[in-house]
Design a protein around this ligand. Structure first.
Ligand SMILES: Nc1nc2c(ncn2[C@@H]2O[C@H](COP(=O)(O)OP(=O)(O)OP(=O)(O)O)[C@@H](O)[C@H]2O)c(=O)[nH]1
Length: 326
């Protein structure tokens, strides 16, 4: 019987016996998209290319047994939290305990009883759906559906460390809607909310590459994190943002040029940066700790400078990696 509350799911069924795969697939028919693997290595590859909502994993397989597959999945960031049901003909306590300790959500003995399997799979899919909802709430800004500040701060720390380790480029843009208080005062708070949604849409259009992150930093302020992007990359994204927002032509009679605009401050760094350019506030004082927070502060200073210069523009700073710290 179809479960109305259950969204179509993506399931991966792994067993070295094609007949068992067929039996499981028949039992789960109608739950969504089913993919199959007949070995442990193939299962790992499929799971990391496109993590399923639920993995049904045979414990005994010749190339790589199910528990080893599970252990390796737990070590990889993209598959660490996968929901897994282990299915085995060896339903002894030790195997069951090992599977559960590796974070298996459930454990089923063979032969598989279709109705029981279906009931247990549905339970796991319901849990996964609820978890996805909670994750979204914890990471997305409710109004704009951009990443929230918490996700942004974690990403900045992570990318900062990675950029230092791998000598990668990395840029951060901060955006602030111009004269937004006046916008709210003239058009009302709901129109203000809608304007923020529009800015967020434009942000996602211009920063849509893998590794880009568009986030609401707070109030009428947004941030864009661009991994692998130098100052030229940051300039291209800033230009895209300003042009696309201009194309939306949101009226703002008390704003700059009669329409809604943003000011942008950007900080970029990477091994090929040689000193500052267009620096708004002078060099970083000696002894100041270089950190992800400093990068944020620099972008903020650049933003302040963009405001000071008349708004509706972008100001860029670069950080040199090769002299002193970092
Ligand atoms: N509608 C709406 N307004 C918000 C939201 N968050 C913050 N604001 C408003 O954004 C305005 C920000 O005002 P200010 O910080 O004075 O800045 P500004 O008017 O944009 O001026 P400049 O930044 O100097 O160009 C305040 O009036 C806030 O109430 C929101 O979620 N929705």
């Amino acid at each position: 019987m179809p479960d109305a509350a259950l969204r179509p799911a993506n399931l991966l069924i792994v067993d070295d016996d094609p007949l068992i795969i067929q039996a499981i697939a028949r039992a789960l028919n109608g739950l969504g998209r089913l993919r199959f693997a007949t070995g442990g290595r193939e299962a790992l590859a499929l799971a990391s290319t496109e993590p399923p909502d639920l993995l049904l994993l045979d414990a005994q397989m010749p190339d790589l047994n199910g528990l080893e597959v599970l252990r390796q999945l737990r070590e990889r960031p993209d598959t660490r939290d996968l929901q897994v049901i282990v299915i085995t003909s060896q339903s002894d306590d030790a195997t069951e305990q090992a599977a559960l300790e590796l974070g298996a959500a459930d454990f089923l003995g063979k032969p598989v009883r279709p109705a029981v399997l279906l009931a247990r799979v549905r339970t796991q899919l319901r849990l996964k759906q609820a978890l996805d909802g909670l994750r979204q709430q914890a990471t997305l800004d409710q109004l704009t559906r951009c990443a929230n500040r918490h996700v942004l701060m974690e990403a900045i720390e992570r990318e900062w460390a990675r950029a230092l380790r791998e000598r990668q480029r990395f840029s951060l843009l901060l955006l602030d809607v111009d004269h937004f208080k006046r916008f709210n005062d003239r058009y009302g708070h709901l129109a203000g909310d809608q304007a923020l949604v529009t800015v967020a849409e434009v942000l996602r259009q211009c920063a849509g590459r893998p590794g880009d992150l568009a986030a609401r930093y707070g109030g009428e302020e947004f941030a864009v994190l661009l991994t692998g992007a130098d100052r030229e990359g940051a300039e291209a994204v800033a230009q895209c943002l300003r042009e696309r927002l201009a194309a939306r032509a949101l009226p703002h009679e008390d704003g700059v040029n009669g329409r809604l605009t943003v000011s942008i401050g950007a900080a970029s760094f990477g091994p090929d940066c040689h000193g500052w350019s267009d620096q708004p506030t002078g060099p970083v004082p000696g002894g100041h700790a270089w950190s992800a927070n400093l990068l944020l502060n620099l972008a903020d200073q650049a933003l302040y400078e963009a405001k000071r210069r008349g708004r509706d523009q972008a100001v860029f700073v670069r950080i040199e990696l090769d002299s002193g710290t970092p």
